[in-house]
Design a protein around this ligand. Structure first.
Ligand code: MCA
Ligand code: AMP
Length: 475
């Protein structure tokens, strides 16, 4: 397998720094700006402090500390476990125990027992580390499945390098771009594409803290990344949207971009957005191209190195005729290595002949354009671009003494794509636990975006003759 140039050397481009071609505004985040040489010096000093660790946890707030911690680990060849800063007790304990993270690098959440290694923004080291093997895991990213607690997706350095280079090719992304986004730094989208992509390509990054239309408009970049919820809020603020006219490329992903939002964005900014599709497990495998057709509702063609196919439930091929629907399977150099500690789940997600089952249902037209139709399971919800497992939320709600039965579903939502709704049957003995208390209970245990937006108290859940809840009847 070919991995392209190494992740670190070309991502931090030390030769350019040494040659005097520093980038004064390589990363702007949390109101602070780091030049490329600041970043390299401070991150190398982080590397010196953690070089003997194997896996470290980083509380992934959108700050300079997070960026230095992650880059320091990449320099040293240490695996990073990004932890959502708002993750509740159960989720965080699971991530730490499952990943075996040895320390917190940067900042620790209150009450954590792991030791903390500080990140010093003004420390500098110019020690030179050899490029680690491309097969070394760079990240363990936790992502929800249909049931149980999140699984750790192990992403290797070589996969990340290949994935980023394929996007630079598809989007004609160069050092002349200024990337703007305000996405969380614990997922592929915000962290790997949004921070490491900018560093690898050499385009300055402006992270806006939160992805609000006003902040995006004020940043005046050339390349914008956002999830559909952000684009949908953008078109509700035409004055902000019109500021993006001077941009080069607006990119949408992580969830389906509604066609009216695509069209309105084109009217307001003059740009038809680029749509791309991916997963934590695969990085980005499909995209429309900077120099190609952009078709509302379609996510484009395979990026460099990717192949795709459709299969029906029996594993038989489904024709690529633009109409027939099948399970989407992918292969390519940017795919993950497997789920940490979960050989069962890893084996299940691959076919015998080496294709990854995405769990998404798609059509492919004769020109190779892809449209994502939906997910195979109703138990994976996408809300605001976050992937949320219904089973994980149900388990936490069932742990509340007031709850006898529960079914969690994603209902259509104009702003979020889907919103998390829990149908709850309270115990007969319960003396009036409120919806608000149940929502707060979930927020204490899991990341806050997993909180149900709504709790509907019902007398019974619809079940079939086998006693299985019929979620399709819940609306
Ligand atoms: C939210 N709030 C609530 C509840 N939910 N309050 C009470 N009960 C609830 N159930 C509060 C929030 O805390 C917030 O409060 C306010 O309501 C607004 O919340 P929300 O509508 O969620 O807006 P938001 O907080 O602005 O979030 C929208 C968002 C966010 C910014 C679009 O969802 C987001 O950052 N999404 C990005 C997800 C992402 O990056 N996914 C990538 C994974 P307050 O205002 O006080 O804070 S996918 C991936 O990586 C692959 C590879 C790919 O394809 O990209
Ligand atoms: P995550 O692992 O959080 O990145 O979620 C991956 C899932 O997000 C995919 O399996 C899809 O269901 C969904 N997804 C990502 N990008 C798109 C897109 N452009 N259109 C439709 N669904 C998408």
């Amino acid at each position: 397998m070919s991995f392209g140039p190494p992740l670190l050397l070309s991502s931090l481009n030390p030769l350019a720094v040494a040659g005097g071609a520093d980038i004064p505004n390589a990363v702007t985040i949390d109101g602070s700006t780091l030049s490329r040489s600041d970043l390299l010096g401070a991150a190398t000093s982080v590397a010196e402090r953690i070089a003997r660790a194997e896996r470290v946890a980083v509380l992934a707030e959108p700050t300079v500390t997070t960026v230095l911690a992650v880059v320091g680990c990449l320099i040293a060849g240490v695996t990073v476990v990004p932890v959502p800063p708002d993750s509740g007790a159960t989720e965080r304990a699971h991530i730490l125990a499952d990943s075996g993270a040895q320390v917190w690098l940067g900042k620790a959440p209150e009450g954590s027992e792991l030791p903390v290694v500080p990140v010093r923004r003004h420390a500098r080291s110019w020690h030179s580390y050899p490029e680690p093997d491309p097969a070394t895991p760079a990240f363990v990213l936790y992502t929800s499945g249909t049931t149980g607690l999140p699984k750790g997706v192990v992403l290797g350095r070589g996969a990340i390098a290949a994935g980023l280079d394929a996007l630079a090719d598809a989007w004609a992304w160069t050092a002349d771009d200024v990337l703007v986004h305000g996405l969380p730094l614990f997922h592929v989208h915000g962290l790997i594409l949004g921070v490491l992509g900018a560093l690898r390509v050499g385009s300055p990054l402006i992270h806006t803290g939160k992805p609000t239309p006003r902040a995006y408009a004020a940043a005046k970049g050339s390349l914008y990344f956002a999830v559909p919820t952000v684009w949908s809020r953008m078109v509700e603020d035409p004055e902000a949207a019109q500021q993006l006219t001077t941009a080069r490329l607006l990119v949408s992903g992580s969830a389906p971009l509604p066609m009216p939002v695509f069209e309105r964005l084109r009217e307001l900014t003059g740009h038809a957005p680029i749509e791309r599709y991916g997963m934590s497990e695969t990085m980005i495998t499909l995209s429309t191209r900077a120099d190609g057709e952009r078709r509302p509702g379609w996510v484009g063609t395979p990026v460099r190195g990717v192949r795709t196919r459709l299969r029906d439930e029996s594993g038989a091929p489904v024709p690529h005729d633009g109409e027939s629907i099948g399970g989407l399977q992918v292969r390519g150099p940017m795919l993950f290595d497997g789920y940490l500690n979960r050989p069962d789940a890893t084996a299940e997600s691959w076919t015998d002949d080496g294709w990854f089952r995405t769990g998404d249902v798609a059509v492919i037209d004769p020109e190779g354009f892809h449209r994502i139709v939906g997910r195979e399971s109703v138990d994976l919800i996408k809300s605001g671009g976050y992937r949320i497992g219904a089973g994980e939320v149900e388990t936490v709600l069932l742990g509340h003494p007031a709850v006898a039965e529960v079914a969690v579903v994603g209902l259509p939502d104009d702003d979020l794509g889907q919103r998390v709704v829990a149908f709850v049957v309270r115990r007969a003995s319960d003396a009036g636990t409120t919806e608000r208390e149940l929502i707060a209970h979930v927020a204490e245990q899991l990341s806050v975006h997993k909180r149900p937006r709504e709790i509907r108290l019902v007398d019974a859940l619809p079940r079939n003759a086998m006693g299985k809840v019929q979620k399709k009847l819940l609306s």
